[in-house]
Design a protein around this ligand. Structure first.
Ligand SMILES: *Cc1c(COP(=O)(O)O)cnc(C)c1O
Length: 378
């Protein structure tokens, strides 16, 4: 028995990750690059992407939770790691023990970090996440003075090391949106206010992928790209910026069969064969991250061509029409659902059809999908 490829898989090209990091570093100029590997590296694998990105010149990694950060440390990554979305009862001790930089957004968060640091008798590395207008995570300007007062006390008694101040933009994908300059000005005010309290950050950062690629004036000391690292343009209507998509979502044909004219295909018979035809059964369905609402509205790359999906996407499978199957598609052949190669459906196409963004598309493959890696950067 040979060892067949998985029925459904994502293949992540780590050379594409390295290439994209280098493009981002060029745009960043003198600023360092923190690569965002939250949500398991946008579903590409945080550890593998993180290692490839650091090898390609990224300086730091960013994630959402303490658990994500600790998992990177456990995998042997020694670079600085920042986590920025925590609750007041998060296990900060495990972050402090692993030298994870903790972003705080409130007095309650900072108090909880201080308690953990004292219990461990070890300095916590703290970064201020400030809300300059996204009004989501981050310290509001109203609470900022109290946060600074507590931080000053904790720095003075050596409970915490104050590392950075950062913020996040609301309209970075519209590079000339007026809120961007407003957020920048507020960011500068937050920084100045900290300095007035004797709190000098080691670095400050603001730019996500879109800002890194279009607003070099906002690079500050470090940029913080996510989606562009994975090869997807944050502003596809402007440019692909030379980025290379890293993820290919593919499955192996489970069955090739004849369907007679007039027969209906898949649940509800939403597609009726207009003539005798050949179809291929693809073992990927909504449980694997192919949205059911895509049914009948997308193509799969198979046998060197695009093949239309016919009928409903089911939990485990979908069907594509091969017509007379002149290309000779056979069971076991690989069908690409999306990827970055020429001709192959791009995640942006799914996003456009579904009325969402490609970020959500690459986060979709799940369940039975097996992830593997390609590229010299492995
Ligand atoms: C997700 C995230 C990023 C990366 O954003 P992209 O648009 O993927 O580049 C940067 N900073 C913060 C705070 C984030 O949550």
């Amino acid at each position: 028995m040979n060892n067949p490829d998985p029925q459904v898989e994502t293949l992540v090209d780590l050379d594409a990750i390295a290439h994209n990091v280098r493009i981002l570093a060029e745009h960043a100029g003198d600023a360092a690059v923190m690569v965002v590997v939250k949500a398991d590296g946008y579903n590409h694998g945080a550890v593998e992407v993180g290692k490839a990105a650091l090898a390609a010149g990224a300086r730091e990694l960013g994630v959402t939770t303490v658990e994500e950060a600790v998992a990177l440390r456990a995998a042997g990554i020694t670079a600085p790691i920042l986590c920025w979305l925590n609750t007041s009862d998060t296990d900060y001790a495990s972050a402090i023990a692993a030298d994870i930089e903790i972003a705080v957004s409130s007095v309650r968060h900072l108090e909880a970090v201080a308690v953990a640091a004292r219990q461990l008798d070890r300095m916590a590395i703290v970064t201020l996440k400030v809300d300059t207008g996204l009004n989501r995570n981050g310290v509001s300007s109203i609470e900022y003075p109290q946060v600074l007062a507590l931080l000053r006390e904790l720095v003075d008694n050596r409970t915490v090391r104050f590392r950075a101040i950062f913020s996040h933009l609301a309209h970075a994908d519209s590079p000339h949106h007026p809120t961007i300059d407003i957020q920048r000005d507020r960011f500068l005010e937050f920084i100045a206010e900290a300095k007035d309290q004797g709190l000098q950050p080691e670095l400050v950062h603001l730019a996500n992928s879109a800002a890194t690629l279009t607003r070099p004036d906002l690079a500050f000391d470090m940029v913080r790209p996510g989606i562009a690292v994975y090869g997807l343009s944050p502003i596809p209507e402007i440019s692909d910026f030379g980025l290379r998509p890293a993820m290919t979502f593919r499955a192996r044909v489970a069955l090739v069969k004849q369907v007679a004219a007039g027969e209906g295909v898949s649940y509800g018979h939403e597609w009726i064969a207009p003539h005798d035809t050949t179809v291929a059964l693809i073992p990927a369905g909504y449980a694997d991250g192919v949205p059911r609402t895509l049914g009948g509205r997308f193509d799969v790359w198979l046998g060197g061509e695009r093949r239309p999906n016919i009928g409903r996407v089911c939990m485990d499978q979908l069907v594509v029409d091969l017509g007379d199957n002149a290309a000779g598609v056979r069971e076991g052949d690989t069908a690409i659902l999306f990827g970055g190669q020429a001709g192959v459906p791009h995640p942006q196409e799914w996003a456009d059809t579904l009325g969402t963004i490609h970020y959500e598309i690459v986060c979709s493959p799940r369940g039975r999908v097996v992830r593997s890696y390609t590229g010299d950067a492995r």
